[in-house]
Structures are given as structure tokens and as C-alpha cells.
Design a protein around this ligand. Structure first.
Ligand code: FE2
Length: 403
């Protein structure tokens, strides 16, 4: 139940699931109440050689009236040159009152494997799917519904939402507070680290979460409509398809591919007598990147432990941290607060701010919540990385007085 995910580790996929009405045998006649046949669609990875889902549409999912190019509003990436650690205050990125979770994405960091964008969604997004890879949305604040061809997912603060490649979806924020999200667009598949899973794909006892923590759709979602627009992300940019029928017309599906939500508060932290490496916080694996969850937890309990992280040079990865909750005591004095995103690139050594190590001695717990994305290739910078950058961040490791 695993697939090729990255150079370092494979990404697992969730267990088999069936929702709604499906025929007893696959690829057999399955009729609508009016006597016509439902349209069966196989959504399969690696051709027909890996995980798949079978979806039953009321109308053919292939009927399109029009295709046109759509300008990707994300803009270009440029190298992080000269090499500089970055701090972006995402809450200061300019947003519009009609921004949504698809065309309102503000590209911050990216490379050939993955792109990281921030968005503040007040409006319902267009229907959309990513044809180049899985997407992972992290909800920083707000609530809403991610409507998908597999069904709806109610989401709120702290939710990760995994959307498999080619899943048509849209994001509907609730009235009131906008949805603040970090969007991770992969060029491949995202799943739990393979080391958390048995040979047949069940979560193992040492994994920090398991199937009970994953929230897939539990009912079909059907809508009526004709001439329905869907934006499609491709390697060449974005395209707009106009479908004869609304793509949300699936009465049932089954298989091993489907979207799901997972709340960061359901991640059970692994702690130790001395400092544990970020690998114990790993939550997802993608092609040439990992995602880790830092959650409130007891700190190291060796009598002489240093709970603050050691200085580190991640010689094979760029490290992005998204600070979303609690106090970040190891970074006190850096200007980092809620909504901050930092980029510590390969070739740069980073660590706690001056005084943080001594201040941490004897501290027994942390209430921090943060999401980390480590990429195995350098990250370039998008427009949004410059719109709300703290220009003094690189010098914050110098103690007052120049030490
Ligand atoms: Fe780090």
C-alpha cells in the first residue's frame, strides 16, 4: 500500500474506503433511477499499476465544451541570492476582500518539487484541480468546507487537508472570519511516512497518529449545473475547462485514493530525556520534501537536558517553519510571531536566539504549535516572500552588543 514518494522515503496512502452507492462488482452495469447507466471513472496512480478509486457519476465526466488558457496569478520564482535566511510575516501580506483559496494564493517559496503559498480566503473559490500532484492545505484560522468530487470535508483551525492529484474541489469559507491557509502544492503524492505503516498499509503502534485521526468524506456530494468552469493546474500553468455537467455528481466511490483532513491537535508528540530530532515530528512525506508538526508537549527530562534545539546546518535541505500557536521561546528576540514563516536555507547555520538556551534550562513543557516543511532542493522566492519580509531577520542571532 505504498508508492514511490521521494528520494528518501515513500509516502503511504490511506486505507480502502467506500462511500455512497456503488455496484456489487466493479465494471458492471450500474443504473440510475431513470434507467440510464452511471458513468464509471477510475482515478488511478502510476497508470493502472498503483492505488486507485472508482467513482460513479450521474453524467459522463468527460463532456467538455471549451478549453482556454488561464493566467496563473502566482507569478514567477527567483533564486534566494545572495543566500539569506528569510522571515515573512504572512499576516502582513496584502489581501483583497474577494480573495479565495485558489486564485488568491500568494506564492512565497517554491522549487521543481513543491510550492508554498499563503492565502486569506473570504470568498468561495472556483472549482479547481491540480493535475501535477497532491495538495496539502493547512488551515491556520477560520473555518469552512472543502467540497470535493468525493464529498465534503468540514475544516477548521489546525486541520491539514490532503487533496489527491486530479481531485476536483473548491473551498467555501464560513461567513465571518476568513480562512487563512498555507497551501502546499507537490509534484507527486503526499502521504504518511512509509515507516509509520505496515507492509499492507496500516498505521503501526509507534506512529504518532493513525486511521482514527483521519477524516475522509463520509457521504457523497452532488450538485446540479451546466457549463461549469473548472480551473486545472498543469506543468504549463493553468487551464480553464468548461464542463457540460457539474463535476460534483458522484453518487458513490470506493478505493484507496480520497481526500481527508487531519487535525494537528491529533498528532501525539514523541518526547525523550534529551532533545528529539525533528524527524519524530514528521507527519507527511512528499516527493523531495517532508512536513512535520510541532505541537504542545512535555520537554526533555534528563536532569541536565537542554530543551532548546541545538544550532544546526541542514546541509541537504531548506527549512520552512510556519509559526501558528503558542509561545516560541527559542526564537524570542527574533521578531517571530503568529503567522510568521521563516526560511532557513541550506548553506546557512541557524539555531536559538541569544539567551534562549540558558532560559530553557529546567523548562518542562512548551505550548508552541508550528508546521515545518523541509525541502531537499533549494527553495526559490515568490512575490509574497518580499511583500511582508522582515529585512532585519538575518541579524537577529547577534547578541545585543555584538556578541
Ligand atoms: Fe531549524
Amino acid at each position: 500500500m505504498t508508492q514511490e514518494g521521494s528520494q528518501s522515503e515513500e509516502a503511504g496512502v490511506p486505507y480502502y474506503r467506500a462511500v455512497g452507492d456503488i455496484p456489487r462488482k466493479r465494471h458492471t452495469q450500474f443504473r440510475r433511477p431513470d434507467g440510464g447507466l452511471f458513468s464509471e471513472e477510475l482515478m488511478g496512480q502510476e497508470g493502472f499499476s498503483s492505488e486507485s478509486a472508482l467513482l460513479y457519476h450521474e453524467r459522463p465526466p468527460t463532456a467538455i465544451h471549451r478549453i482556454e488558457a488561464f493566467d496563473d496569478p502566482a507569478g514567477e520564482l527567483r533564486p534566494n541570492h545572495p543566500l539569506t535566511p528569510r522571515h515573512v510575516r504572512s499576516h502582513k501580506i496584502p489581501v483583497g476582500p474577494s480573495d479565495n483559496a485558489v486564485t488568491g494564493r500568494r506564492l512565497m517559496f517554491g522549487n521543481a518539487d513543491v510550492r508554498l503559498s499563503y492565502c486569506v480566503a473570504s470568498q468561495t473559490s472556483p472549482l479547481y484541480r491540480n493535475g501535477t500532484g497532491d495538495e496539502l492545505l493547512y488551515v491556520e484560522a477560520g473555518s469552512g468546507v472543502v467540497e470535493t468530487v468525493f464529498g465534503a470535508l468540514a475544516v477548521g483551525a489546525g486541520d491539514y487537508v490532503v487533496l489527491p492529484t486530479a481531485t476536483t474541489y473548491r473551498v467555501v469559507p464560513d461567513e465571518g472570519e476568513p480562512l487563512r491557509m498555507l497551501a502546499v502544492e507537490a509534484r507527486g503524492h503526499i502521504g504518511a511516512p512509509a515507516r509509520y505503516l505496515s507492509k499492507r498499509g496500516q498505521f503501526l503502534e509507534h506512529a504518532p497518529f493513525c486511521e482514527r485521526d483521519l477524516r475522509p468524506p463520509d457521504a457523497p456530494l452532488t450538485m446540479q449545473g451546466e457549463d461549469v468552469e473548472v480551473l486545472v493546474r498543469t506543468r504549463g500553468g493553468m487551464s480553464r475547462f468548461v464542463y457540460a455537467h457539474h463535476p460534483f455528481d458522484v453518487v458513490g466511490w470506493d478505493g484507496g485514493i480520497y481526500p481527508y483532513a487531519f487535525n494537528i491537535a491529533d498528532f501525539e508528540p514523541i518526547t525523550g530525556r534529551i532533545h528529539q530530532p525533528p524527524t519524530v515530528h514528521q507527519t507527511f512525506a512528499g516527493p523531495n520534501f517532508v512536513v512535520c508538526s510541532f505541537v504542545p508537549r512535555k520537554l526533555d527530562y534528563h536532569p541536565e537536558s537542554i530543551p532548546t534545539p541545538y544550532n544546526h546546518a541542514n546541509v541537504d535541505s531548506d527549512e520552512v517553519l510556519f509559526y501558528v500557536g503558542g509561545e516560541f521561546t527559542s526564537r524570542r528576540g527574533s521578531g517571530i510571531g503568529h503567522g510568521s514563516l521563516t526560511l532557513h536555507p541550506s548553506g546557512h547555520t541557524h539555531g536559538p536566539q541569544p539567551g534562549a538556551v540558558e532560559a530553557s534550562l529546567g523548562v518542562e513543557r512548551t505550548d508552541e504549535t508550528a508546521v515545518m516543511i523541509d525541502t531537499f532542493a533549494p527553495l526559490d522566492l515568490g512575490v509574497a516572500a518580499f511583500e511582508a519580509e522582515d529585512p532585519d531577520y538575518a541579524w537577529t542571532w547577534v547578541a545585543p552588543g555584538g556578541g
